[in-house]
Design a protein around this ligand. Structure first.
Ligand code: ATP
Ligand code: MG
Length: 580
């Protein structure tokens, strides 16, 4: 347990006492923190994120601090962001794009991505970001499902990945290229922006109007297009305050790419609704670069992912000591289970524990979290956000579910719908959406348990859990034990069908630099796991691999490890990071 101080904070947390906040919270009351569109015209994400700050005299604040791959630096204030997003909205209007139609982006982390996102929301069209490293097929499939009308991209990405798809996408009316370039069938974004006016009045927006379309990571199968509405901004705002502890003047860095929901909900919307300064780094992961950014930009709140934390751990404890990370106040992580070892490493190497939190593309915002003021049990995802009701349920044979009330019993993590950023459907997949609900619960597909103190512990995705000798084994627990060994950089654990015991626990392990695979080390790791976990849960087999297959958002794809182990078809690999 990592205990938090009860007083004497450098900056007092927004939520000093979890229980009290939970008891008194209501979404209706929280709504008063949002501005709403002037003239009672509803609720629009872009107004909350950008224009309200200008109206309230904060236009001169830095909204985005963009760090280019090669050392360039551009600062965009709220006033500039407002004018530039107005132009983008105006441009869409000029092209005849109607509210509700989908605008896709296929861009690296450049300012135009942020402008397109917010400009689209101003125009009440629906923004759908695609991760720029996707290949042509995942791009085509997502644009098809999403009925893409407009695509904003670069000439290079267009030539390489989209040009050949145009015939397959007859409804894609406009392709706007960031630097022009005169490709046939495209338009020059800058020229159009230059012609557009920078005055734009956001039209009446219902909180239930569709705002964002986000595809899931595809970790467990074909990605789904989750629909989010403008009302989601209330969750984004509240979770920014309660889970990420945003305070005025914070410099916030979310390392996730806006091609994934984290990079939009928290890389764009949530911090901007709080009027913060967001650091945007165009470059890919590099341990030294990242520490330098934390130091030079004086980042106060940092939101990252377990895969990045593991890579930083791999780079060693000495490296962070060379940097002044003294501005940092809170570090949080999402996307995968955060191994207890990683939480403790943060405390040791960065001077702060890492706060794990749990949510999904479908939930649109943070649902379960370790809060700034709350003691951390390393390995736990924390406790449900005030305003969110979470439970552990068991599926029954008749398709319904029952709640599991005893502490420490495993079951599926379920949430009571009603928070603002709950997805409103999977686009064109009504049946798949319907199947997520039973007895008034939204079933997350993740297995977890709740301890007697109300902390939730992730066990594994329902699809990844291993059934061995009558026991249910969560891969996370086994991977975490392996990760405690100094040689292990990453571990992925699966169940291999075995007639007698059901499934046999098998681990795939990649090693840190300086360690070489070999029989002696293999035995040592198996023995280490047995000591930590006991014979039933410990892996029986262990294979060394150079890297583990991961989604492009950095999640270990256990289903792929399993398919490969069994020689089965690999299924949807559209989000697989190459090479695996
Ligand atoms: P798909 O649904 O297409 O298989 P995905 O579930 O990986 O992909 P996302 O919505 O990006 O797509 O990820 C949400 C999932 O990530 C959660 O359901 C959970 O399995 C995992 N996850 C996220 N945060 C955590 C966390 N803190 N601890 C454990 N697991 C987490
Ligand atoms: Mg999922």
């Amino acid at each position: 347990m990592i205990e938090k101080p009860r007083s004497g904070w450098r900056v007092a947390p927004n939520m000093p006492a979890y229980e009290e906040a939970r008891a008194s919270f209501s979404w209706a009351a929280a709504e008063h923190e949002l501005a709403g569109l002037p003239g009672d015209k509803g609720l629009n994400i872009a107004h909350e994120a950008v224009d309200r700050h200008c109206l309230e005299g904060r236009g001169g604040r830095q909204a985005l601090r963009w760090l280019g791959r090669h050392g360039e630096r551009k600062v965009i204030t709220y006033a500039e962001l407002s004018a530039r997003t107005n132009r983008f909205a105006q441009l869409l209007a000029g092209l005849g794009i109607r509210p509700g139609e989908r605008v896709f982006s296929l861009l690296g982390r450049i300012p135009e991505l942020y402008i397109a996102a917010l400009g689209t929301l101003k125009h009440r069209a629906v923004f759908c970001p695609l991760f720029s490293a996707f290949g042509p097929e995942p791009i085509r499939a997502r644009m098809k499902i999403g009925d893409a009308r407009v695509l904003v991209t670069t000439s290079a990405l267009y030539r390489k990945k989209v040009a050949a798809l145009r015939d397959a996408l007859p409804d894609l009316k406009h392709v706007l290229l960031v630097e022009g370039g005169g490709e046939p069938g495209t338009e020059d974004l800058q020229a159009l922006l230059a012609r557009a006016s920078d005055a734009y009045e956001i039209g009446a927006t219902s909180p239930e109007d569709m705002a964002l379309l986000h595809f899931t990571s595809g970790t467990t199968g074909t990605p789904k297009g989750a629909i989010h509405v403008h009302q989601a901004v209330l969750s984004h705002h509240v979770t920014g305050a309660l889970a990420l502890d945003f305070h005025p003047g914070d410099i916030f860095w979310c390392t996730a790419d806006p091609g994934w929901v984290t990079g939009t909900s928290y890389g764009i919307i949530s911090p901007l609704t709080h009027g913060l300064t967001c650091v945007v780094d165009e470059a890919d992961f590099d341990a030294e670069r990242w520490y330098r950014i934390l130091q030079d930009e004086r980042v106060t709140v940092w939101y990252t992912a377990p895969t990045a934390v593991r890579m930083l751990m791999k780079a060693g404890d000495e490296l962070p000591r060379r940097f002044d990370l003294g501005a940092l106040r809170l570090i949080a992580s999402v996307g995968e289970p955060l191994n207890p070892e990683a939480v403790l490493w943060g405390q040791r190497a960065l001077g702060l524990p890492i706060h794990d939190n749990w949510w999904q593309t479908e939930t649109g915002g943070i649902m379960v979290a370790n809060y700034a003021s709350m003691d951390i049990k390393p390995g736990s995802m924390g406790r449900p956000l005030p305003g969110v009701v979470a439970a552990i349920v068991r599926r029954l044979e008749d398709g319904s579910v029952e709640q599991v009330d005893e502490p420490d019993r495993e079951g599926e993590l379920a949430l009571r719908p009603g928070w603002p950023s709950m997805f409103r459907g999977y686009l064109h997949e009504e049946e798949r959406y319907r199947k997520c609900f039973a007895k008034g619960w939204y079933l997350t597909g993740d297995l977890a348990r709740r301890d007697k103190d109300g902390y939730f512990w992730f066990v594994g995705r329902a699809d990844d859990v291993i059934k061995s000798m009558g026991h249910l084994i969560g891969p996370f627990e086994v991977e975490s034990a392996l990760l405690e060994h100094p040689a292990v950089a990453e571990a992925g654990v699966i169940g291999r069908p075995e007639p007698v015991i059901g499934e046999l626990v098998k681990a795939f392990v990649s090693l840190k630099e300086g360690f070489t695979p070999g029989e002696a080390l293999r035995r040592e790791l198996l023995a280490h796991a047995r000591t930590r976990l006991g014979a039933v849960v410990a892996p029986k087999e262990l294979e060394f691999v150079p890297t583990l297959p991961r989604t492009r958002s950095g999640k270990i794809m256990r289903r792929l490890l399993k398919a490969r182990e069994l020689g089965l078809p690999e299924g949807d690999t559209s989000t697989l990071e190459a090479p695996a």
